[in-house]
Ligand binder design. Sequence first.
Ligand code: ZN
Length: 180
Amino acid sequence: MNSIPAQPDKIVLYPDPVLTRPAEPVEVFDEGLQILVARMMELMREAQGAGLAAPQVGISRRLFVTEVDSGPEEPPHPTVFINPELELSGALISFEEGCLSIPDVRVTVRRPQVARIRAFDVHGQPFEIQDEDFLARVWQHEYDHLEGVLITNRMSPRDRLANRRTLKEMVLDFEEDLRP
Ligand code: ZN
């Protein structure tokens, strides 16, 4: 698969089908990829999100960016994870999550507390890090996007009921935008 097309101009919203399609690996680490990553960082910051995956900007490739504040002493680090792989461990923890592609929906998701991530940086260099709690959760949420999995797929019956109206309105808006 060759280099990455176009510059995304906005975050794709539920229920756009690109969000539920498993993404393809990144195979070329070129300038197009660097431009895409920089643009994803901008869109994530504008939306004040902690993470953004390529399918969320309409590009079905396996990469995501994160920007998580690590505490009062450290500035937030923006990071890109390309073709990531996760190894999960620890107890399952329930915590509320949102998604930039599904604004106004909050869902309680159970996820393992600890994650080890192996990925490539924008130059194609492999790296591996481990973290827990919030960052481990962000990685898992973004990794889900690469598999075409959304928080709506992980909702409890109670969350499904609570968010039913909002999700239905999003479906109607999406269908309306498709009409000529
Ligand atoms: Zn999301």
